[in-house]
Design a protein around this ligand. Structure first.
Ligand code: OOB
Length: 567
């Protein structure tokens, strides 16, 4: 069964990937029981004071799978999942894998704007959300999204106050009955490994985010091979502080590889350093993954830290640029060995290796995990650049899908005719294959690892009646690396401030992290000789007006408004 909208790999490559052992042709739900059979009584997941063994996890996932089936979900269905890092998240992904139901992994900060779009794009049959999270009523939002989606879309809630009409997900996780019989019944429902396991969200380059269908085969390899490269074994204790809805924390190598190897995944709801340090000490965490923005916070906090972090063997950093100077301070700063990671929800993963010399760990973002990851660096005309020169990175491989889900027009631009994915990153490759990220051509803002499409923000700002034209560019930010800067041309006699934009974004239900933090007024947007908006010039202007770090993330933003003289 293939989902309409998922783009398959060419047949000859499918055969090759299977023959080479990349694709195991086993659905993840079956592998889950392999892990449970091998490591049954060992602790698989830690979530607060809850410790869940491999056997409990597999049995719970099975119980939940049958519970989901009772709500009407079946093989081939998609569901929208918006959960923070918690045990229910993992149990749900595994339960879905058992049934051939594919979760679309939304992020906790997403709101109506993103969720309604994804629900429709993936034609979901249910929305799963916490009842409340960080003072936000997700249950009401999920109800709203399900109503707009229609088609009998159900609401499944994780939390203590599940309203009538909605399904209590935790109630679906308890049942009596013979686990072996249940396992047998579910084995009979197993999907094919070539089917979609889950959907990851792309930062996207134009408009609203695209979703990426990852199959059982390719995503299992993504996690398994990452685990091999990163030395995962039974002693691995992976601390998940970044959202596990992201590929990085979920499967690069993340939670999934910890589970595959008989290790342990410790789930935390936020990357707050004080809380994380206490948990590292308590759980003797051996590895964690951070974005540079979080790594910087951890380094600051480490100066006054009294917790024992000596168990940390590896600190992975990826998701956005880490300068060599920052990498240097991370080499010993948090105890563990630094490992740079350059990855993407679209597939290709690069890691510096644990035995690489320091100079590679400091100056490169590593090399691909698979011999069959194809790397091509090209110029603006798609002509390969000479070795050692920076170029636009194109890639293909056994865990890089050949297109976004249900996005044929976008795919025509984002992929070449012969299936290369245009990453939008500009990189250099050394003789040994190591990549260094030098920049990007895609029009987005990378705010602390969260990717924000300039286009999407521009469309929203342009809808304000005061705005004649707008271009959105990154502005350097001490804390996030980049922040969103809106360069606005006002209509005659109009005024605007950041509060107006914030109000609009709030009204439209846009994830807060996309809201511009810096506003610049221009008499006209600068243009390139061919008449395109000159974003390079705007980035330079925005760069001269860096936003200071905010004391409390997510709270009031500093209203930095800059009026520029007429050029
Ligand atoms: C990870 O995945 P995404 O999908 O959120 O973002 C991918 C993009 C890359 O194309 C690149 O532009 C940027 O994020 N990026 C980096 C980077 N790692 C990712 N830019 C510079 N240096 C790096 N080390 O971000 C992701 C997925 C799996 C593992 C790690 C990161």
């Amino acid at each position: 069964m293939t989902r309409a909208g998922a783009v398959p790999w060419p047949d000859d490559l499918v055969q090759q990937y299977v023959a080479k052992g990349y694709w195991r042709q086993r659905p993840l739900g079956a592998l889950m029981w392999e892990w449970a059979d091998a490591y049954g009584p060992r602790v698989a997941l830690v979530d607060g004071d809850r410790r869940i063994t491999y056997r409990e996890l597999a049995e719970t996932a099975d119980i939940l799978a049958e519970g989901l089936a009772r709500t009407g979900l079946k093989r081939g269905d998609n569901i929208l999942v918006q959960l923070p890092n918690c045990r229910e998240f993992i149990a749900l992904v595994l339960a879905c894998a058992r049934l051939g139901v594919a979760p679309v992994l939304a992020l906790p900060p997403h709101r109506e704007h993103e969720l309604t779009y994804m629900a429709e794009l993936a034609k979901v049959s249910a929305v799963v959300a916490p009842s409340n999270w960080r003072d936000f009523d997700h249950q009401s939002l999920a109800e709203h999204v399900a109503r707009i989606r229609g088609h009998g879309c159900r609401v499944l809630v994780v939390g203590d106050t599940v309203r009538p009409g909605n399904v209590d997900l935790r109630a679906l996780m308890t049942a009596t009955g013979d686990p072996a019989a249940r396992r047998h019944r579910l084995d009979a429902l197993a999907p094919d490994a070539s089917e979609v396991l889950l959907f990851l969200l792309s930062g996207g380059t134009t408009g609203l985010p695209k979703i990426i269908a990852r199959t059982h085969n390719d995503y299992e390899y993504n996690a398994r091979r990452s685990g091999e490269v990163c030395g995962y074994d039974q002693d691995t204790v992976y601390l998940a502080v970044l959202p596990i809805a992201h590929n990085f924390a979920l499967a690069s190598p993340g939670v999934l590889a910890a589970l595959m190897n008989g290790g342990r995944a410790v789930l935390m709801p936020s990357p707050n350093p004080e809380a994380a340090f206490a948990v590292i000490e308590q759980e003797r965490a051996t590895v964690t993954s951070l974005v540079p923005a979080v790594a910087r916070r951890w380094l600051d906090a480490a100066a006054t830290n009294h917790h024992d972090l000596s168990s940390l063997k590896v600190v992975q950093v990826g998701g956005s640029v880490l300068s060599p100077a920052e990498a240097q301070s991370l080499l010993g700063g948090l105890g563990g060995r630094l490992q740079q990671v350059f990855g993407m929800a679209e597939g290709l993963l690069n890691y510096t290796r644990l035995d690489d010399p320091d100079h590679l760990v400091l100056t490169t973002q590593g090399r691909p995990i698979c011999l069959d990851d194809e790397i091509l660096l090209v110029d603006d005309d798609d002509v390969p650049v000479p070795p050692g020169q920076p170029g636009r990175l194109l890639t293909r491989g056994p865990y890089t899908p050949r297109g976004y889900f249900a996005a044929p027009e976008h795919n025509a631009r984002a992929f070449t005719a012969d299936g290369w994915y245009r990453t939008g990153d500009v990189v250099r490759q050394d003789g040994a294959g190591n990549l260094t990220v030098e920049g990007r051509t895609k029009d987005l803002i990378n705010r602390g690892g969260e990717k924000i499409s300039a286009d999407e923000v521009e469309d929203l700002v342009r809808s304000l009646p005061q705005v004649a034209d707008v271009a959105v560019v990154p502005s350097p930010h001490r804390e996030w690396g980049e922040s969103v800067c809106a360069c606005v041309v006002l209509k005659g006699g109009q005024t605007l401030d950041l509060a107006d934009i914030q109000h609009l974004f709030h009204e439209r239900g846009v994830a807060a992290f996309k809201t511009p933090e810096l506003l610049m007024f221009l008499p006209a947007l600068p243009q390139t000789p061919v008449g395109k908006i000159d974003k390079k010039a705007l980035r330079k202007l925005a760069g001269e007006r860096a936003v200071p770090a905010r004391p409390t993330p997510g709270r009031a933003r500093p209203a930095r408004v800059t009026a520029l003289p007429r050029p």
